[in-house]
Write a new protein. Structure first.
Lengths: 515, 692
């Protein structure tokens, strides 16, 4: 499914930066780190946070062909590390010459104290950056502090960051090592009696934020999008049922990767303490799933019930944030007719009622006897629809409650009825791992919500108006991805472990497969 | 309560005359004219009533069995005109009936009830009420009280408790109850899923806040913000409630109430309820004779011999050291209860409640001329550390006259129903006039005489009061202070509020004033916990359940459960199978239950006689050291163990200041015969880091 070329990060391959937090590197086995590097396939690797030579060595060993940025070490009195990236030439250290056009610069400083020096170099021309494409400024320990007593935040080195940003003509984006990986905020920093816009993205240095590896996708325009994955989804820890101690024992038996575990006999697994027959089978099954990219269903339960033999409708909604004031898009894909229908609020973003009314009346009129599935519907889509109906259209609440609604994510993941490939449980990852080809809108959920929030603040401004077609395509993509996952699950092989799965429709009870 | 249906009415009443009490006290040197005793007589107050039919409609006035007290009438009239009302009259002045009757009015007006009291329909989406109490015990009492009221009035009103103890039928209560009773810690958490309460909030007509004077300090700040968040939620669903606050006498009821609910309040403080004459004895303990070897053990043997040397000392104005109130007050307590006078002894700590019972028993045993040693007097300790079952049973036993006395902490200062009583003994001045009057106000029924004894401690303030009683009598009670200007508390509630309903400009001046709100939103946005701007919507985007960050009592949120160690022989020590003690907060665990600590649980009553002559051990002594010739009092000791659960860090983390790890103090119990292990009972999910 082809998307519009301009949706995909301006058509040029962006710079992929992988963050490995030092504390996570301490804890995670080397093969897992290599697995992560292979999965993310980054252009460079960075280790933000406090200075840590061991972590640096570990990273270099796991990614021998990639530059590893850890300027905190201050190698050879180098306080500033300067890299350049272009899609053709890849990443290389920057010499003190003018860069070719279309080059993204990434400048990493040993610490914030070096920023003044950097600013001087940039102002004088001693150091040059590409003026067309973004420049990324990596400050490994930069952390935003806040004080609830004075209700204020403080950004260290704000002055220097503003000055650098003002000096350079191209967009400047700051990568703050000390902030969580999903942190993003556009700061307005004072400079020379006016202000400068400085976007700051977090890299996720410390384990306080969870043991995540994060990949940041940096475009020439200066946008940075983050994808974080739990470190335990790599290496053999990724296997369902393999914890810290089990993975150590498996490694001592020579297993480095999930394929190695796959090749172990079940009896070898059950010999390990704490691993019984069922767990061993699950581990094996999961290894098969990761290897083949195909799901396995573990129980005899089915995810849904339908009134007839028609497939379920696939639902997805978009809101303006996590405490929604409006559900501004509702999309429904019907596999029976291969038809997608969406309802979008394009004119009055402060009035949630019209779009909801359009949706609910159409749905009740056409589909009240159909089954509906959503991904994480029980915690997101359905409660929000119900709440908005109660608030604005209470006369439809009963009719909506009569609809047969199911949550495929809950059935598969939370209730343990299936094993899915993919490093996270996000729909797009799971779908992609199952071979779904995305429409490629290049959007993330957070960006979508942010775009609509901007529209809500300026409903009459053409500049703030979202690209409706792109958002339509984004929602449709999710619905189709959901259908793809549903099909993969219903067509998957069954391997009954026990009947320990719950939820979903009551199928036949399976017997325990013990022997 | 305006009615006294407790069985203590049947009890033969014993004279609570102050002079008689003093005369009969087993201390020769003590007379009513003694320098150390002063009796103040407070006159009786008659009832001031209003015929009920003048205030309530016939459907309610006819079945209501009493006339209304004037303050009840005033309050109900004010409520009828739409005012919020704060009622600051004494305990047992019928405050519950004020909001109970208003709720009945609302339900009749809304057509939920037919005029004959039957339900017009099974559903109620027209009028609901929320009643909030500071303690679960009070909630239960008030549940009974409201049920009783509505029974008397013949009204089919569904009153339900919804709090941490509610396990079954939560959904049914949310969807069907007319009146819901809870506490603020619960309300804080329930606001997260307010969509499940949409019916209740859309119809909310009344919010009753009981014992509101207790909401001061940190707890008061949180309550004030929780109420503001609740108002947003009610407003979202269409509810617009009236407020009734009931309170003890404080110096600033209007300001305090308005600060709590963020709305204007009419104060009703002219108390129309009656009370009988009251004698207040200011009792200064005698000097401790320094020439005697007064070890703590010996002190509790009440060897008061009038050998002439004492009276010489009486002439000396300045006394270097007195018997502490903690020793003297239990003697007074024994004296009163031994004379069948129903008495509460207010102590300053949980440990003292247990100790006081022991000392009271000793006083009784050691004065055979005055007290009949062959019988026992029912007295027990009461405090929040006891398990729920134990507390209930003691409340009930006192109420039904099985017990004549309770040694309690401030746990019984509030209006928990224990029936009526005739005397209170205060072990030392409680520190505030407000508390003093509230405690002694618990005694007395209708027109009969009651007694209060303030046993002063050898502290400057107590000694001052004993010699300057006008300090108590002529000055106003203290103010209750709530300061919502504390920004840290405010900032936490901003997060919770944004999670419940996105913040926007309509919150300016309704939730908080503009500058503060903008500053907090900007801070959290820059710190990464919220998204968006007030001119559109501010969404919460931090770690889930920000409501859990609200800590009403300033505690760590981790509770420790107490249990006996496996190697303890219960029979030897006379301990029940189930200790029935409340889980305790971490600081208290380290303070009271460290290794080597000595605790005094009450043994089962059957074995009490065997322990009554034993002495208390020094709480700081090592268990190995034996004290010659005295047998050990059974004690529970404790060890703190490291948290038994270790969760690998998982979710999107937070940058909140992490709670310090409890220091891993695993030391296995040594030779102590009894030990209790504190096992951690996590109330909140905290992220812990596992060191590999």
């Amino acid at each position: 499914m082809a998307g519009h070329p301009e949706w995909n990060t301006d058509g040029d391959a962006p710079l992929e930066l992988l963050t490995l937090p030092a504390s996570t590197l301490d804890r995670v086995a080397q093969p897992a780190v290599r697995d992560a590097v292979q999965y993310f396939s980054p252009d460079l690797v960075t280790i933000p946070g406090a200075r840590n030579p061991t972590a640096y060595a570990t990273a270099r060993d796991a990614a021998p062909d990639l530059p590893v940025i850890h300027p905190q070490l201050g190698h050879g009195a180098e306080h500033i590390h300067h890299y350049r990236y272009s899609p053709d030439a890849g990443v290389h250290e920057a010499p003190h010459v003018a860069p070719p056009p279309g080059t993204i610069d990434l400048i990493a400083v040993q610490s914030g104290d070096v920023l003044s020096q950097l600013k001087t170099q940039l102002s004088s021309g001693e150091r040059q950056t590409g003026t067309e494409s973004a420049t990324l400024l990596l400050v490994p320990q930069l952390t935003v502090d806040w004080d609830t007593t004075t209700l204020s935040t403080s950004l260290p080195y704000a002055e220097q960051l503003a000055a650098i940003s003002a000096t350079l003509p191209e967009p400047v984006s700051v990568l703050a090592g000390g902030q969580p990986a999903e942190y993003y905020h556009e700061w307005s920093l004072p400079h020379n009696h006016s202000s400068v816009r400085v976007p700051i993205t977090g890299l996720g240095a410390s384990e306080q934020h969870g043991s995540m590896f994060a990949q940041h996708t940096c475009t020439a325009r200066g946008t940075v999008a983050a994808e974080a994955v739990d470190a335990d989804r790599f290496g053999i820890r990724a296997l369902n049922g393999v914890g810290q101690s089990t993975s150590q024992r498996l490694r001592s038996q020579g297993c480095q990767t999930t394929s190695d575990v796959q090749n172990l006999a079940i009896s070898t697994l059950t010999d390990l303490p704490g691993i019984g027959q069922t767990t061993a089978e699950k581990i094996h099954a999961h290894a098969d799933v990761i290897d083949s990219g195909e799901p396995i269903v573990l129980t005899n339960k089915t995810p849904i019930k339908t009134r007839d033999d028609r497939p379920p409708l696939c639902l997805d909604i978009e809101t303006d944030g996590l405490s929604p004031t409006i559900i501004w898009q509702l999309g429904v894909y019907d596999p029976a007719t291969d038809n997608y229908q969406a309802f979008i609020e394009k004119q009055h973003p402060n009035d949630p009622k019209p779009v909801l009314e359009a949706f609910i009346t159409w749905f009740i009129a056409n589909h009240r006897d159909r089954t509906v599935i959503a991904w994480n519907g029980y915690k997101f889509d359905y409660p929000h629809i119900t709440q908005f109906l109660k608030h604005h259209l209470p006369e439809y609440v009963d009719a909506w409650n009569d609809i047969w609604t199911y949550d495929l994510y809950k059935w598969a993941v939370r209730d343990g009825n299936a094993l899915l490939p993919g490093r996270t449980n996000k729909l797009d990852h799971v779908a992609r791992a199952l071979g779904y080809e995305s429409a490629g809108t290049g959007l993330t959920g957070a960006q979508t919500a942010a775009a609509y929030q901007e529209f809500m603040r300026n409903p009459d401004s053409p500049a703030a108006e979202p690209d409706w077609e792109r958002h339509w395509a984004y929602c449709e993509d999710d619905c189709r991805a959901l259908w793809h996952v549903y099909q993969a699950i219903t067509n998957a092989t069954r391997r009954d472990m026990t009947d320990s799965g719950t939820g979903g429709a009551t199928g036949q009870q399976a017997g325990l497969t013990d022997f | 309560m305006t009615d006294n249906t407790t069985s203590t009415d049947a009890n033969t009443r014993t004279d609570v005359d102050a002079d008689t009490i003093i005369d009969t006290f087993p201390r020769v040197s003590l007379t009513p004219d003694s320098k150390y005793i002063e009796t103040i007589e407070l006159p009786a107050e008659p009832a001031n009533t209003v015929p009920t039919a003048e205030v309530l409609r016939p459907e309610l006035a006819d079945p209501y069995p009493y006339d209304l007290f004037s303050h009840q009438a005033d309050a109900l009239t004010a409520l009828e005109t739409g005012d919020n009302v704060a009622v600051t009259t004494s305990t047992s002045s019928g405050k519950t009936h004020i909001y109970g009757l208003q709720i009945a009015r609302n339900l009749l007006d809304a057509g939920v009830l037919n005029p004959d009291g039957t339900r017009a329909s099974d559903q109620n989406a027209a009028s609901t009420a929320l009643c909030v109490y500071p303690m679960k015990a009070l909630t239960k009492d008030q549940h009974e009280a409201l049920d009783e009221l509505y029974d008397q009035l013949g009204l089919d009103i569904r009153v339900e408790i919804y709090d941490g103890d509610t396990t079954d039928g939560r959904r049914a209560i949310r969807e069907q109850a007319d009146v819901i009773l809870t506490n603020f810690a619960g309300l804080n958490v329930y606001l997260e899923h307010h969509d499940k309460w949409s019916r209740f909030y859309s119809a909310l007509d009344l919010v009753a806040i009981d014992e509101s004077h207790t909401y001061t300090g940190v707890e008061g700040m949180h309550v004030a913000w929780i109420l503001r968040r609740m108002q947003r939620v009610a407003d979202y669903w269409g509810g617009d409630p009236q407020y009734v606050l009931t309170s003890a006498t404080i110096g600033n009821p209007k300001d305090h109430s308005e600060e709590i609910i963020n709305a204007p309040v009419t104060v009703i403080d002219d108390d129309g309820s009656p009370h009988g004459p009251r004698d207040v004895i200011l009792w200064n303990p005698p000097p401790r004779d320094k020439t005697r070897d007064s070890t703590p053990e010996k002190e509790s043997f009440d060897i008061d011999i009038d050998d002439g040397t004492q009276s010489e000392k009486d002439d000396v104005e300045f006394v270097a050291e007195r018997v502490p109130a903690s020793v003297e007050a239990p003697k007074v307590f024994n004296h009163l209860t031994s004379r069948d006078i129903r008495t509460l002894l207010f102590c300053e700590s949980r440990k003292l409640t247990e100790l006081s019972i022991k000392r009271a028993d000793e006083h009784r045993q050691n004065n055979p001329r005055e007290y009949d040693r062959s019988t026992t007097v029912g007295r027990e300790a009461y405090n929040a550390g006891l398990g729920r079952r134990t507390r209930h049973s003691r409340e009930h036993q006192f109420k039904t006259d099985v017990l004549t006395g309770l040694a309690t902490t401030s746990a019984l200062e509030l209006g928990i129903d224990i029936g009526s009583l005739d005397a209170t003994v205060l072990m030392g001045y409680p520190g505030q006039r407000q508390s003093f009057w509230q405690r002694i106000g618990r005694a007395g029924r209708e027109a009969s005489r009651s007694l209060a004894v303030l046993v002063g401690d050898h502290r400057t303030l107590d000694q001052y009061i004993l010699t300057h009683p006008e300090y108590l009598l002529e000055n106003d009670v203290e103010d209750a202070v709530v300061d919502i200007s504390n920004n840290s508390v405010f900032a936490t509630h901003v997060l919770a509020a944004s999670d419940e309903i996105a913040l926007d400009e309509s919150d300016i001046d309704t939730f908080a004033d503009e500058d503060r709100l903008r500053a907090a939103v900007k801070m959290w946005r820059e710190a990464g916990f919220v998204d968006g701007y007030l001119d559109a919507a501010v969404h919460y985007s931090g770690p889930s359940r920000p409501q859990k960050r609200v800590n009403l009592y300033g505690t760590t949120g981790t509770d420790y459960r107490l249990q006996l160690a496996d190697d303890v022989d219960r029979d030897t020590w006379g301990l029940p199978d189930d200790l029935d003690l409340e889980p305790i907060e971490r600081n208290r665990a380290y303070r009271d239950y460290h290794e080597g600590a000595v605790r005094l649980p009450r043994a089962a009553s059957s074995s009490r006689s065997s322990t009554s002559t034993k002495t208390a051990r020094n709480p700081l002594s090592n268990s190995n050291r034996s004290t010659a010739s005295t047998t050990h009092v059974p004690a529970t000791k404790s060890t703190s163990s490291t948290p038994t659960q270790n969760n690998p860090v998982k979710s999107t983390g937070s940058r909140f200041t992490s709670v310090a790890e409890p220091y891993s103090s695993i030391t296995t119990p040594t030779t102590s015969s009894i030990s209790a292990t504190a096992t951690r009972n996590n109330k909140q999910s905290r992220q812990r880091h596992r060191r590999s």
